[in-house]
Each structure stands twice: as C-alpha cells, then as structure tokens.
Ligand binder design. Structure first.
Ligand code: OAD
Length: 229
C-alpha cells in the first residue's frame, strides 16, 4: 500500500464513524448487526421516548456503556492517538479515541460518559459501568448527553468541527456511512477547502469528494497507511 508521509501535511483531521470501533466489538448503527436493526429509534433514541419512559431509555444506554467497557481500542485507534497534532472529529459516543490516548477529540454526537439535566442545564461526567445517579441535584432526571434523533447539534461543537475541517490539508474519513447530517457534509467542506481527502471503509460511501478510497477495515488499513517504510 502506498503510505502517507504526515510530514507533507500541516493540519490532519480524522473524521470517524461507527466503523472505526467495529473491530473493537462496538456494533455499528446500520448494516448487519447494526443497533438500529434491533432497537427502535422511537423507543430508545429520542427525547419523546425519554419523557415517556426515562428508566427504559437510561437502561438501554447503560447496557451500551457496559458493552463498550467490554471492548478495547484497536491498532487503528492507537495509530491516530500516536500522531502528534492531529485532530479527531468523531460521530462516535463511545470514547474509544480518548481511551487509546487521543486528546484532541471533537465529539459531534456527545458522549455516553456524560449526563445532562434538561431543566437546570448542568452536566455530569460518569465513567462507571452503571450510572452513579440518574437524578440531578435539582431533582430532575438526567439524560445521556448525546444527540438523539430530533435533537439539535451543539452549535459550539459544530462550529469548532467546521473550523477544524475547513482549515485542514489532509482529511481522512474512517468508517462512516455518511448519511447522517450535518456530519455528512464534512467531506465536501474539506474538499472545498482544498484538503486531500481519503476514505477508509470496507464498503465505501461512493461520495465523489474523495481523492483516494481505500477499501478495508480501519484496524488493518490505518497501521499500514501510516507505517514509516
Ligand atoms: P453507520 O452504522 O451508519 O455506518 C458504519 C460504517 O462503517 C459503514 O459505512 C460500514 O461500511 C463501515 N464499517 C464497518 N466496519 C468497518 C471497519 N472495520 N472499518 C472501517 N469501516 C467499517 O455509522 P455512522 O456513519 O457512524 O448518530 O452513523 C452516523 C450516525 O448515525 C451515528 O453517529 C449515530 C447514527 O444514528 C446518532 O446516534 C445521532
């Protein structure tokens, strides 16, 4: 495989989706074994569902936390974490990049490891297997601080991600179907801004923005693509 010399680029962004964590054992959302094939969005992944039955929705997310804790970051996560100065813009909520050691991670869709109160706005990090508490100090339910269907993305997070992507010169998309907006617009933003764009995916999206498409799994392709020889 033709390797990439990172010295030739001054601002590198990895844009990742569920496929990035697939080889760690975290299920993707779509396709075979995808979460949305087994769990209804209306029952588990929207504010209405939470208002109807908070315990059921929290239980589902607690189960997801437990299954993520059973998984470990793989070689692809570690390759990214080992590159100084790179930025990660992820749609994933699993925290795998951070567990591998990445520090500059923009989490577009929030985090499984944070809760927030809709009433008073407070946020609470919680890395335990089970939630330490599902009630805010103000008495209200705490909800997972993630983007559910129908939720707006945090404008500050979105602006940071857009700025980072608009100023990169190497954009590498890994493991995303590219169907969920506004994140689906990032490859185009990178391309319009003049970045060299690469896609890594066993089933590429077919998007026209990519200068190079590598058909393969993140955990195998990334260590090879960035190997020094
Ligand atoms: P999807 O489940 O839609 O797509 C996963 C992608 O990963 C597909 O394109 C697969 O071909 C690819 N893939 C599978 N295994 C891979 C591997 N080993 N290496 C590389 N790629 C692999 O996941 P996302 O695109 O991340 O949002 O989905 C976007 C958003 O939709 C998620 O953040 C989530 C979901 O609904 C919210 O929950 C708001």
């Amino acid at each position: 495989m033709q390797t990439i010399d990172t010295e030739n680029f001054s601002a590198i962004v990895f844009f990742t989706g569920a496929g990035m964590s697939a080889e760690s054992g975290v299920p993707t959302y779509r396709g075979k074994g995808g979460i949305w094939g087994s769990y209804s969005i209306d029952e588990y992944a929207c504010q209405k569902a939470f208002e109807r039955d908070p315990e059921k929705v929290l239980g589902f997310h607690e189960k997801r936390r437990r299954s993520v804790l059973d998984c470990e970051p793989h070689g692809g996560h570690r390759v990214i974490a080992g590159m100084p100065g790179v930025r990660v813009v992820t749609q994933n909520i699993d925290g795998m990049h951070q567990r591998a050691g990445s520090r500059d991670v923009i989490e577009l869709h929030g985090s499984l490891w944070r809760l927030r109160c809709q009433k008073c706005g407070s946020r609470k990090e919680d890395y335990n297997e089970s939630y330490e508490s599902t009630r805010c100090d103000c008495g209200n339910w705490l909800r997972p601080d993630i983007i559910w269907f129908g939720d707006m993305l945090d404008a500050v997070v979105m602006n940071r991600a857009s700025a980072v992507i608009a100023s990169c010169d190497l954009f590498i998309s890994v493991g995303t179907s590219g169907v969920v907006w506004p994140a689906a617009g990032f490859p185009d933003l990178a391309k319009q801004s003049g970045a060299y764009c690469i896609e890594i995916n066993p089933e590429p999206s077919g998007a026209s923005e990519y200068d190079r498409v590598i058909v393969g799994n993140a955990g195998e392709v990334l260590p090879e693509l960035f190997s020094e020889s």
